[in-house]
Write a protein that binds this ligand. Structure first.
Ligand SMILES: Nc1nc2c(c(=O)[nH]1)N[C@@H](CN(C=O)c1ccc(C(=O)N[C@@H](CCC(=O)O)C(=O)O)cc1)CN2
Ligand SMILES: NCC(=O)N[C@@H]1O[C@H](COP(=O)([O-])[O-])[C@@H](O)[C@H]1O
Length: 295
């Protein structure tokens, strides 16, 4: 019996082979442009092969979770892979962590473009090594080929970017971009905001100020980006100890290690649509393993 599949409503020209597998009655194989094809298993038996005409957009960006029942009706959810832009100014270790997680699959998103104000920085070099387009922003005397804010918005739209991730980017994001990507720009800062944030607080300056203050704890903060430095709603934090004999470099390394873990966890939630907004405007993360729990 052929499975009557109404997937065509989502991707009118979907051509995905339903093939029998010794272990599972049906495998929906999604040919994809990436090196890795994704399989979706269903647990119902049906006819051996039903073909759907494939929509190119779907093959490229969609992952369709489908289950065919004996009656032949197919319930499915179309999950469009999120497109990410990462903004860097320095070494790019956070960007690299996120990229590696997206390649191995723990982040259901792909980095479509990297934006930088320093074309020779480590993050830009890494992007070029992975064939990820690099855009210069803003236009400055050092970077005369940099884009204007309006051109940057148009370019990000052309890349179909869903979310913007600031990862060591050191310039103020203009209101035009913030309005164009409302609630869709996040930043990682290397202290427990609101402490040790704002203009002048970046890189090692932050860790030196933390140590000089006598604070016993520090750690990364991920927050939504608004028009000022580091004043957006806090989304996630992790705490690390400040040890009595810490130099700024020791604390920086301890915080950075947590940054990499935290940013991958938060971006994974972002790409899974697991960010929810409390009534007072505070963003929460829905637990992946316990959907009834938020943090
Ligand atoms: N609109 C926003 N833009 C940016 C934010 C933000 O929260 N809102 N976060 C920063 C990142 N950041 C802290 O997390 C930060 C970066 C840089 C500075 C700063 O004082 N910069 C210096 C210039 C430094 C340089 O160009 O080398 C300055 O503006 O004088 C503070 C905080 C990214 N953008
Ligand atoms: N205020 C912004 C700021 O200080 N950001 C910090 O710059 C570093 C970038 O490292 P990376 O380039 O290796 O990701 C990170 O520690 C990040 O928290």
């Amino acid at each position: 019996m052929e499975a009557q599949c109404s997937l065509s409503r989502f991707c009118p020209n979907l051509s995905i082979p339903l093939v029998r597998s010794p272990k599972h009655p049906i495998l929906l194989k999604f040919p994809s442009y990436s090196s890795r094809s994704s399989f979706v298993r269903t647990n119902h038996s049906t006819s051996s092969s039903v073909w759907f005409k494939e929509n190119i957009a779907c093959r490229k960006n969609c992952e369709i979770v489908a289950s065919a029942s004996l009656e032949g009706d197919v319930s499915r959810t179309v999950i469009r892979k999120k497109k990410l832009a990462v903004f860097v100014s320095g070494g790019g270790s956070n960007f690299r962590s996120i990229h590696e997680a997206s390649v191995e699959g723990s982040i259901h998103g792909e980095i479509g473009v990297v934006v930088t104000n320093k074309s020779s920085c480590g993050g830009a070099e890494y992007a070029r090594s992975k064939n990820i387009p690099v855009i210069l922003f803003p236009k400055t005397k050092d970077e005369p080929h940099g884009l204007s804010a309006s051109d940057l918005v148009a370019t990000l739209r052309s890349f179909e970017i869903d979310f913007i991730l600031l990862a060591g980017y050191l310039k103020l994001i203009p209101l035009e971009l913030i309005q164009a990507y409302s609630k869709s720009i996040i930043n990682i800062h290397p202290s427990l905001l609101p402490a040790f944030g704002g203009k002048g607080y970046y890189g090692m300056k932050v860790h030196k100020a933390v140590i000089a203050s006598g604070a016993r704890f520090s750690g990364p903060t991920i927050h939504l980006v608004d028009e000022n430095f580091d004043t957006g709603k806090i989304l996630a934090q992790r705490v690390v100890p400040v040890l009595a004999n810490d130099a700024a470099e020791d604390l920086a390394a301890r915080v950075l290690k947590e940054e990499h873990r935290l940013y991958v966890e938060v971006v994974a939630a972002l790409c899974d649509d697991r960010i929810v907004w409390r009534e007072d405007g505070v963003p929460l993360i829905q637990s992946k393993d316990k959907p009834g729990e938020f943090y």
